[in-house]
Design a protein around this ligand. Structure first.
Ligand code: ADP
Ligand code: 5GP
Length: 204
């Protein structure tokens, strides 16, 4: 069981839409208020990524065994790799008294909506597929085939993001400062002014 606490904040959006950039800024500005839910993944670390900080890097056998033991709140396969949020990751943030922030893709979002986590759901929208591709290429973290897979998936994700009822807010990340201000404003209105109670307006 995951303990009750403040509503978690979920950031979702195509790879390259700017989730990590926005999260990094949020966690830097409010280190005592927000804590990142460190996911597990079977993909390899990128340069600069640290085990236990950005992800818990694992392998397919270990992750499958842990999933079978019921250790995960949600899991998904994305671009050929497994990703998942462990119950322990969310509990660790909650124990610290901070608001738990998750960076997960759409299949994970569907699963967390079925739990009692009652998260606030933010979709980060890229200005266009062309700009998404430019940003992903400029980030230079993926091989060509992995990049293509991510772009293919992006179209489906954008469709899901746009569907009414799937997210509480869609933040267009055309300009980073503007997108970050919108995220802060959304948080101020929905997390910081509110007591525990739920006022869910998304579809389950
Ligand atoms: P995600 O975590 O969603 O995969 P990132 O946060 O890694 O995406 O962003 C992808 C790339 O786009 C990064 O290199 C980042 O610096 C850049 N980026 C993010 N937001 C913007 C923006 N508004 N304008 C231009 N580049 C951006
Ligand atoms: P990346 O490999 O670029 O770090 O992440 C790829 C995708 O996996 C992103 O859309 C990211 O949101 C998603 N992701 C990261 N961790 C998790 C997780 O624990 N669960 C799910 N479902 N998706 C995740």
């Amino acid at each position: 069981m995951v303990q009750k606490g403040p509503r978690p904040l979920v950031l979702c959006g195509p790879s390259g839409s700017g989730k990590s950039t926005l999260l990094k800024r949020l966690l830097k500005e409010f280190p005592d208020r927000f804590g990142f839910s460190v996911s597990h993944t079977t993909r390899g670390p990128r340069p600069g990524e640290k085990d236990g900080v950005h992800y818990h890097f694992t392998n397919k056998d270990d992750m499958t065994a842990a999933v079978e033991k019921g250790e995960f709140l949600e899991t998904a396969t994305f671009s050929g790799n497994m990703y998942g949020t462990s119950k322990r990751a969310v509990e660790a943030v909650r124990r610290s008294g901070k608001i738990c922030v998750l960076d997960i893709e759409i299949e994970g979002v569907k699963q967390v909506k079925r739990t009692d986590l009652d998260p606030l759901l933010v979709f980060v929208m890229p200005p266009s597929i062309e700009e998404l591709e430019r940003r992903l290429r400029a980030r230079n973290t993926e091989q060509e085939d992995a990049l293509k897979k991510r772009l293919d998936t992006a179209c489906r994700e954008i469709e899901f993001g746009r569907e009414p009822g799937n997210f509480h807010i869609i933040i267009l990340n055309d300009n980073l400062d503007k997108a970050y201000s919108e995220l802060r404003e959304f948080i101020a209105q929905n997390l910081e002014d509110k007591e525990q109670g739920s006022s869910d307006t998304t579809d389950k």
